[in-house]
Design a protein around this ligand. Structure first.
Ligand code: HEC
Length: 278
């Protein structure tokens, strides 16, 4: 739909303008090229540094997850740092993918390994025109196509040890399933009662828990297709199809969120809505 001739032209012109601007910046030596911060080791690496890392090769990343191109320079993540207990991958727009040791291990079992892609020729832009370079977390190997979209990170700016406060605990099997689904699918953008690193979307637990002001139907509509509920140009959340997030998991997320909401006061004055740490 967005591939109208007009949309194509606008995106195409963005790329042309970007290349022109980059050329200008390089000619004047004004703007340092983007760097990737490896927080664990205190290093900041430029594209040129990364292209000298042992193991660099070219890969076909034209697949559906990011669609960066058929011939993209990549370096193995393992050559840069040890994932340890887990890593968080932060994008320029505050999207954060937290990938713990278990998630790395389950990807490895399917034959998918993490790599860092480096933009050497311009990558296609996002639908809203945002730049996606110069670095990205990508997955290569037989199981790469099965790695969820939330674990592919474009406009990657920093890699840090995974150490943010853990998501609130869940008490029942159902809410535990909801917590796991929230961690994988929602935490890249939403915090929960302050926990997590995602900051692209609102905290869904405070000041008011989302289950207090949404109905389940409304919640499901937002998760399946946010544009069916409200639409505006700056909108960033993408819908989750039933294939990406089955109904049972969606309902489990709702149950988990609801379990964190203080019960509505029965005849009592509701407690003031202060977050516990302020
Ligand atoms: C790519 C980032 C991203 C992901 C992943 C994401 N969201 Fe969102 N979400 C947003 C943003 C940003 C908004 C604010 C509206 C907008 O810009 O789309 C939002 C809004 C919402 C809202 C409406 C909140 C309000 O008060 O209006 C709900 C509910 C929601 N998201 C639930 C979820 C759930 C549940 C998941 C996981 C299944 C999820 N989101 C995954 C970015 C994301």
């Amino acid at each position: 739909m967005e591939d109208s001739a007009m949309g194509w032209c606008v995106r195409r012109c963005c790329i042309v303008a970007c290349v022109a601007a980059l050329g200008l910046a390089m000619a004047s030596g004004a703007q340092a090229a983007g760097v990737l911060a490896i927080v664990a080791s205190g290093r900041s690496l430029s594209a040129a540094d990364l292209l000298h890392v042992p193991g660099v090769k070219r890969a076909d990343l034209s697949g559906p997850a990011l669609g960066l191109g058929r011939d993209v320079a990549v370096v193995p993540l393992a050559a840069l740092l040890d994932p340890g207990a887990g890593l968080s991958f932060r994008a320029a727009d505050a999207f954060v993918a937290g990938i713990d040791a278990a998630a790395f291990a389950s990807a490895r079992r399917t034959g998918a390994e993490p790599w860092i892609a480096i933009e050497t020729t311009p990558w296609p832009r996002r639908r809203n025109g945002d730049d996606r370079g110069p670095f990205a977390l990508v997955w290569l190997g037989p199981g790469a196509a099965g790695v969820p979209r939330e674990r592919w990170v474009d406009s990657l700016v920093a890699i840090a040890p995974l150490d943010g406060p853990a998501l609130p605990v869940a008490q029942t099997a159902r809410t535990q399933a909801g917590r796991a689904a929230f961690a994988a699918d929602c935490a890249p953008c939403h915090r929960l009662l302050g926990a997590g690193d995602g900051a692209l979307g609102p905290d869904l637990g405070q000041p008011m828990n989302a289950t207090r002001y949404l109905t389940f139907e409304g919640f499901r509509s937002i998760v399946r297709d946010p544009r069916a509920v409200r639409a505006w140009p700056g909108q960033r959340m993408e819908g989750f199809s039933p294939a990406a997030l089955p109904d049972a998991q969606l309902a489990a997320i709702w149950a988990y969120l609801g379990s964190l909401s203080p019960p509505a006061g029965r005849g009592r004055m509701p407690a003031p809505q202060h977050s516990p740490d302020r």
